[in-house]
Design a protein around this ligand. Structure first.
Ligand SMILES: [Zn+2]
Ligand SMILES: [Zn+2]
Length: 277
């Protein structure tokens, strides 16, 4: 008997669309389940997260400031969702907003934003003077970027930009030891998202790309040192240590260029069985 359960049609608790539920996504459709995981990886307080969930149930994936529909996938898009505070004085009350308008609004409250957009528009079209009104949370020193790479963040409460938050999520799934994770962050802070072995810039979005960032056990199966490299180099290195890898790359290069024979050395961690194909 197989454990396969027939998927049942269910209503998504977020967007209300009907979807086929399997064991892995019980109450949300796939895009909403993905969004929910992203939300869980933020540094936002449980109350702030709750307020975002409430917002999505009520208004769907729309921008609170402009009503535009939000992009859930492409975090380079100006229409990608941001977690935004309509009033920084009340950080537990959050909404979704387009990246573009979150940047435009910055520290303003929602009414202040509306007020100044209209003032600026009137100034442009009717040549009226802009009437100043106090801005209660104006604090240019408090904003700042991602604690790893300095790129803009989704909200002032967030520690990371979307890229680093995605990386943090992947590390969490791998259950890497805290010290190992810190070492990876130190590396990224210093060199950026480049391959440890080759210095090549890594692809961060497309997991099918040969240059996609993967986490590589520096010594096979030892979680105490993990480095970032490309999918391709990781596949080539597989069960080799770094020294063994470079040794065989050099041996192969000489073989290809000069026809010299490849000299075998004993491998430290190789534990594969021959599988006839
Ligand atoms: Zn949904
Ligand atoms: Zn970052």
């Amino acid at each position: 008997m197989s454990a396969y359960k027939k998927p049942v049609s269910r209503k998504c608790a977020y967007c209300g669309k009907q979807f086929l539920a399997t064991h892995s996504n019980k109450s949300y459709c796939t895009p909403c389940a993905h969004f929910n995981r992203r939300l869980d990886c933020t540094q936002l307080s449980p109350r702030a997260r709750k307020s975002i969930r409430r917002y999505v149930r009520k208004f769907g994936f729309t921008c609170d400031y402009s009503g535009v529909s939000l992009d859930l996938k492409d975090f380079t898009s100006p229409w990608h969702f941001n977690f935004s505070c309509p009033d920084k004085g009340n950080p537990n009350n959050m909404v979704l907003a387009a990246a573009l308008f979150t940047v435009m609004k910055r520290d303003l409250t929602k009414p202040e934003f509306r007020y100044y957009v209209l003032q600026v528009h009137d100034n442009r079209t009717k040549h009226t003077k802009i009437k100043k009104r106090p801005i209660i949370h104006w604090n240019r020193l408090g904003v700042g970027g991602c604690c790893i790479c300095g790129q803009p963040k989704l909200s002032t409460q967030a520690l990371y930009c979307p890229t680093c938050s995605h990386t943090a999520h992947r590390m969490k799934l791998l259950r890497l030891p805290e010290k190992t994770k810190q070492a990876i962050w130190d590396y990224i802070r210093k060199y950026g998202y480049v391959c440890y072995y080759t210095g090549m810039p890594l692809e961060l979005k497309n997991s099918h790309d040969p240059w996609y960032l993967v986490f590589d056990h520096y010594n096979p199966r030892d979680p105490s040192k993990v480095v970032i490299t490309s999918y391709l180099v990781n596949e080539m290195k597989n069960d080799l240590t770094e020294n063994e890898f470079w040794y065989y790359i050099a041996q192969l290069a000489d073989h290809f260029r000069k026809g010299t024979p490849v000299e075998k050395i004993k491998l430290k961690f190789w534990a594969r069985h021959y599988v006839p194909s």
